[in-house]
Design a protein around this ligand. Structure first.
Ligand code: NAD
Length: 494
């Protein structure tokens, strides 16, 4: 049954939203954790407080399903049909899923409806359609031999998700991993498990065998760690902070050396040259800096601008920032909702005082909107005169605070852009194509945008360099490489 956003919000008001473990044939006795919305900190329901035993049960089920072959053993065409039905069900329930992400993460409803869910649905369709178009290879050999290069599913895959794009990150990982025949165990972020629960229910309705897809909700340090350390998990695909990504490498090293793919944080530069079309650049700079309350891994949080145009650019950014309405994300005209939880709000807020103490100059914003809901609302904020030594230049804030640094030469711009431990994304604004072509090749980042802000789309691989992650890419045909292993089979004619 399709559920409207109003019905979701009504259920939330009554504290009735639920996300539990989904592990076929296993009775979990997990306790419940309160689920509060960052909108006003009220209880909207509960999630399962999953345990190590729940992970053990999910892994054992995933392994036996993989061995039995009732998903893996289907032809790609058969898996495609099931995945297409799933995509269609997700499409039919998109309003419900958008409302769940809005209330769970405090994301603006308009963004959830018009950006997150369309991208999520497209991802499911795309990998369903792609899976029966993957070919292996034949090695160049003499006529006495035949060498086949084939790609096989890895086995039991753990997908560990962040809270900033809950439905979309689920799709990015689960759609390709499942399409190629793996058994997948999803561990959503404890702050945002609601849409993951519904997506798994819809998968079952579409005909995905229950043993091939399980959900274990709960705390990262409990179920996330148990998944990372489990000796019968073949790989974990992780999106989240660099700090926790590091832990997954440790879990792997201390257990079965499972493969780990990391998509982690960023401190991405946006470089504006003196010959840029400033008016055309403004909406892109704003989106890169403040979209999704800047709770975005590829957020362009460092604005590196040519000294000669800095005042003009800042004047226009101040005017643009004033148009981004801060408020209840359930309202259609709101662009900036709350920070996802109080602890994160406190962390982001601490950068305001710290940046002033370190010598940054507040250009606009800086206000906490304590009059709205729980009060975890921070307006778009811009600091000028940020040097590479300052915390705001170096650390990922994951909140709406933009650092402005100026330069005079192209060499300086490149050095500043690359002056980071991360390497997820970068944007360059200039009307001189030779200049930006040359510079794009010198930048250490996985996605470079010229005259705009883009994370690419489903057709293009997404992922970082350096401490932004490694091991594989999300999106594009390349994502299948994460979830398959390559085998060579030789036939020898005697
Ligand atoms: P997080 O690292 O706190 O949590 C991510 C996941 O890891 C959650 O499911 C969490 O429960 C789990 N986890 C937490 N502690 C754990 C532990 N000790 N052991 C095992 N699992 C644990 O990240 P977050 O706060 O949810 O997300 C924000 C971060 O994610 C930011 O740094 C952001 O840049 C990054 N991110 C990256 C991408 C990308 O594609 N590169 C996309 C979105 C978010």
């Amino acid at each position: 049954m399709e559920i409207s956003k109003e019905q979701v919000f009504e259920r939330a008001k009554k504290g009735k939203l639920w996300a539990g473990n989904l592990i076929e044939g296993y009775q979990s006795n997990a306790a419940k954790l309160e689920n509060r919305t960052p909108i006003d900190n009220s209880v909207i329901g509960y999630i399962a407080d999953g345990s190590v035993s729940d992970i053990d049960a999910a892994v054992s089920l995933a392994r036996s399903t993989f061995k039995a072959g009732n998903w893996r053993g289907l032809s790609p065409q058969q898996r495609k049909q099931v995945m297409l039905r799933w995509a269609q069900l997700v499409e039919e329930h998109s309003e419900e899923l958008a409302a769940l992400d809005c209330i769970d993460a405090g994301k603006p409803i308009t963004e959830c409806l018009n950006t997150d869910l369309p991208a999520t649905i497209e991802t499911f369709y795309w990998y369903a359609e792609a899976v029966d178009k993957l070919f292996g290879k034949v090695a160049p050999t003499s006529q006495q031999e035949l060498g086949l290069i084939v790609h096989e599913p890895i086995g039991v895959v753990g997908a560990v998700l962040p809270w900033n794009f809950p439905a979309q990150m689920f799709a990015w990982k689960v759609a390709p991993a499942l399409a190629v025949g793996n058994s997948v165990i999803v561990k959503p972020a404890e702050l945002t498990s609601l849409s993951a629960y519904r997506l798994v229910e819809l998968a079952y309705e579409a005909g995905v065998p229950k043993g091939a897809l399980s959900l274990v909700c709960g705390l990262g340090e409990k179920v996330g760690e148990a998944l990372g350390r489990h000796s019968d998990v073949d790989m974990v695909s992780f999106t989240g902070s660099t700090e926790v990504g590091r832990l997954f490498l440790k879990y792997s090293a201390e257990s079965n050396l499972k493969e780990i793919v990391l998509e982690c944080g960023g401190k991405s530069p946006q470089v504006v040259f003196e010959d840029a079309d400033i008016d055309a650049a403004i909406p892109h700079i704003m989106a890169a800096a403040f979209w999704n309350m800047s709770e975005n891994c590829s957020c362009g949080s460092r604005l590196i601008v040519h000294e000669r145009i800095k005042s003009l650019l800042l004047e226009k950014l101040i005017a643009a920032a004033a148009l981004w309405k801060v408020g209840n994300p359930m309202d259609a005209d709101v662009s900036i909702g709350p920070m996802v939880e109080e602890a994160h709000f406190e962390k982001v807020k601490s950068f305001l005082a710290l940046t002033i103490k370190e010598g940054g100059h507040l250009v606009t914003g800086g206000k906490i909107h304590s009059e709205i809901g729980a009060g975890w609302y921070i307006e778009p904020t811009i600091f000028d005169d940020i040097t590479p030594q300052m915390s705001l230049f170096k650390q990922e804030v994951f909140g709406p605070i933009l650092a402005v640094t100026s330069f005079n030469t192209d060499e300086e711009a490149v050095a500043l852009a690359n002056d980071t431990q991360y390497g997820l994304a970068a944007s360059f604004y200039s009307q001189n194509i030779h200049r930006v072509m040359n510079i794009a090749r010198q930048i250490n980042a996985g996605t470079i945008s010229i005259n705009g802000f883009s994370e690419g789309n489903i057709t293009t691989p997404f992922g970082g360099f350096r401490q932004s992650g490694f091991g594989g890419k999300d999106n594009g045909i390349e994502a299948f490489e994460q979830y398959t292993q390559t085998k060579v089979i030789w036939f020898i004619n005697h």
